[in-house]
Design a protein around this ligand. Structure first.
Ligand SMILES: *Cc1c(COP(=O)(O)O)cnc(C)c1O
Length: 439
């Protein structure tokens, strides 16, 4: 199969390989990498697969072609995607016909595990072949950091340094971040998230550091996007649902962009719903045609607190304005309605949703009431409720069951370095952490 070439959203040339797009992250012109052409897949590509990892391999082969040999790709996929992706049907009253696609059974209990684990293994594969080394530097305020730390831990030729604001992440998030992992250094910065981001930016601007191989692993990397197509196909493969409505709790729109890529390559989808919290830039763009950015606001579904969604540029590239508005219905849900949604679904069906999933459940409920669309609907569940015990308790008065991934953290060994909010401190850490391990 001929591998797909990638180009920047901002210029037609150059057209580069998947490997180059993956290792570069952001295009030199500041644009995001997008496929130059989209492979047309037969339904048998997903429906004919025996299980999720075979599906993943069948589909990715059409994108990556021979850039990664089939045996290597098979090993990467089986190692990265070694957890369940169940589709749970809700039952009772207005919830009949609505399914929850649980994307939170990976090691850090959020859907970010799909992208981070695949990206890490693909990068490590290319670097090992070329005997290169890379340091991944990330500033994080929560979910992304632990998914990246887990995804890259123990991968050869790569180490991770991740910065978070000391005392400003939840206790569970902090436990997940400071878990001792091979090749990972967690840095608690005596400052804010903005300080962490500034330190990372300054490190990237430093020529001496750049030549030593620094990279970021943020949500704009194409290596995170391709794996985020796969579970849309899996939902259809495992149930035979025809042209479902997919409802996606959204922030930076990376998850939704994965669904759009799946659809453009052949998956029949009736409608996409972009479910946002009070950060309503995208729903407003869809209904009013405005492109007005506002600073992000804090909500209960904090992984979706994004003022300027980075993948908006990709969506505008992939779809014409009319197509965008026809295919995607945007909804914004307040914090108050997020709690009501958690209660409503729990009371009728017994299902315990996390606040991000609750935004999606309320969005699909409203969509069905307004449009009378009774097609089967799939709500992507992006995080495990046990990551947000306080909000769940406040909404429905019970404490969610703690899955083994979290229970183990209580006894696990931790490792954290403290730093002042200056790039000088980060440079010292980069110099010493380099001796630690490049397995
Ligand atoms: C990152 C995240 C989202 C938002 O996903 P995007 O791809 O940024 O739209 C939603 N829910 C959870 C739990 C997340 O971690």
């Amino acid at each position: 199969m001929t591998p797909i070439r990638f180009r920047s959203t901002r210029s037609e040339q150059p057209r580069i390989s998947f490997r180059e797009a993956l290792l570069q992250g952001l295009a030199p012109d500041g644009g995001l990498y997008v496929p130059d052409t989209i492979p047309a897949l037969e339904a048998s590509t997903w429906n004919g697969a025996a299980d999720f990892s075979s599906l993943a391999q069948n589909v990715l082969e059409h994108w990556i072609g021979t850039d990664v040999e089939p045996n290597a790709l098979s090993a990467i996929v089986r190692d990265a995607l070694d957890f369940d992706v169940p589709l749970v049907p809700l039952e009772g009253g207005e919830w009949d016909g609505i399914h929850v696609l649980e994307l939170f059974h990976g090691p850090t209990l959020s859907f970010k595990d799909f992208g981070a684990r695949m990206m890490a293994r693909l990068m490590s594969h290319f670097l090992r072949n070329e005997q290169q080394h890379l340091t991944i530097l990330v500033a994080t305020s929560g979910d992304t950091g632990s998914a990246v730390a887990d995804g890259f831990a123990g991968q050869s030729n790569i180490r991770v340094v991740l910065l978070y604001p000391d005392g400003q992440v939840s206790p569970t998030q902090e436990q997940q971040l400071i878990l001792r992992r091979p090749g990972v250094t967690a840095v608690a910065v005596d400052g804010s998230f903005d300080d962490c981001q500034r330190m990372v930016k300054e490190a990237f601007a430093d020529p001496a550091l750049r030549t030593r191989g620094l990279s970021s692993a943020n949500s704009i990397n194409i290596g995170r996007l391709l794996p985020q197509m796969l579970y849309y196909l899996e939902a259809v493969r495992s149930t035979g649902l025809a042209s479902p409505v997919f409802c996606v709790p959204s922030g930076n729109l990376g998850n939704l962009t994965g669904g759009i890529l799946a659809h453009l390559s052949g998956l029949p989808v009736g409608q996409f719903i972009a479910a946002h919290n009070a950060n309503d830039f995208f729903p407003r763009h869809l209904t009013e045609g405005l492109t007005v950015y506002r600073p992000s606001r804090r909500t209960f579904s904090n992984a979706m607190d994004v003022g300027v969604p980075s993948n908006f540029e990709r969506l505008r590239f992939l779809l014409h304005p009319e197509e965008l508005r026809r295919l995607i219905h945007g909804v914004s849900i307040s914090d108050e309605d997020t709690l009501v949604s958690m209660r409503r679904v729990y009371d009728v069906t017994g299902y315990v949703a996390d606040p991000h999933t609750a935004v999606g459940l309320e969005a699909v409920r409203r969509y069905r009431n307004i449009w009378g669309d009774e097609a089967p609907a799939v709500v992507l569940s992006t995080a495990h409720p046990a990551k947000f015990p306080d909000i769940v308790r406040r909404a429905i008065g019970i404490t969610p069951d703690v899955p083994p991934q979290l229970a183990q953290l209580q006894e696990a060994e931790t490792h954290v370095v403290h730093a002042q909010p200056e790039v000088k401190a980060l440079k010292e850490i980069l110099a010493t952490a380099s001796d630690e391990r490049f397995s």
